[in-house]
Design a protein around this ligand. Structure first.
Ligand code: PEP
Length: 251
């Protein structure tokens, strides 16, 4: 049995002070839901304040990215041990990183290895663009991102890794994928690659989230799909009530 995970990607939103307010608003509602794990990923500068507030709660903390080098002349980057000082998780390879910041499957692979080496749990994002989807290339693209992004990882247990299937055309557009399509992609192009890479037992235990315009009104439909183990939520994770309702739907 995979425990559902409902994760919030706050992107470039909320100062440290605003982060505290939003956590205060959502924490009691999240704490009231059992059998669902929660993760929130605020901006780097808000992470220490968030860590203080979440330290005795069931809500885990994550960063939105991490660099692969340990230290040195890499101005503006954040090293894995800096993230691991405060966080348990880190999002890697989000499509916005791929589209705007030159992220590739190779850099995703380097970041993921570095995160694992420091005990962080990577939430690795994969997903096709609209053009790829319309050209019928979804499975080819997603399985390539999986194989290249996750090559050579020394995963020994399922709880070391989370995958988020996020069709790029569904992110922030209000146009979610059909739940059965998301489930099909996970079942055909994500879990089988996890099995190739890490063996069947580990692959069956790794949580695979869906992301892309998840909201309270469609969350239940996604979570009733057997292959969907939770959600990576952008916009709706910035509204306490919506994020709580999505978490309740996962329960
Ligand atoms: C995301 O940023 O990962 C995401 C899924 O965003 P949204 O929920 O706003 O589509």
């Amino acid at each position: 049995m995979r425990t559902p995970l409902v994760a919030g990607n706050w992107k470039l939103n909320k100062t440290a002070a605003e982060t505290k307010v939003l956590i205060e608003e959502m924490l009691p509602g999240l704490e009231a839901v059992s059998n669902v794990d929660n993760l929130i990923c605020p901006s780097y500068l808000a992470i220490p304040a968030a860590a203080e507030m979440l330290k005795d709660s069931k809500v885990a903390l994550g960063a939105q990215n991490v660099y692969w080098e340990e230290a040195g002349a890499f101005t503006g980057e954040v090293a894995p041990d800096m993230v691991a000082e405060f966080c348990e998780f880190v999002i890697i390879g989000h499509s916005e990183r791929r589209a705007y910041f030159g992220e590739t499957d190779e850099s995703v692979n380097r970041r993921t290895k570095a995160a694992l080496a420091h005990g962080l749990i990577p939430v690795v994002c994969v997903g096709e663009t609209l053009a790829e989807n319309e050209a019928g290339k979804t499975d080819e693209v997603v399985s390539r991102q999986m194989r290249d992004g996750l090559a050579g990882l020394g995963i020994t247990s399922a709880d070391q890794l989370v995958i988020a299937y996020e069709p790029v055309w569904a992110i922030g557009t209000g146009k979610a994928a059909y739940p059965e399509d998301a489930s099909r992609v996970i079942g055909q192009s994500i879990r089988p690659v996890l099995a190739e890479l890490f063996g069947d037992e580990i692959a069956q235990g790794i949580r695979v989230l869906y992301g892309g315009s998840v909201k309270p009104s469609n969350a239940r439909d996604f979570f009733s799909e057997e292959e969907v183990d939770g959600a990576l939520v952008g916009g709706a994770s910035l509204k306490a009530d919506d994020f709580i309702k999505i978490t309740e739907a996962a329960a």
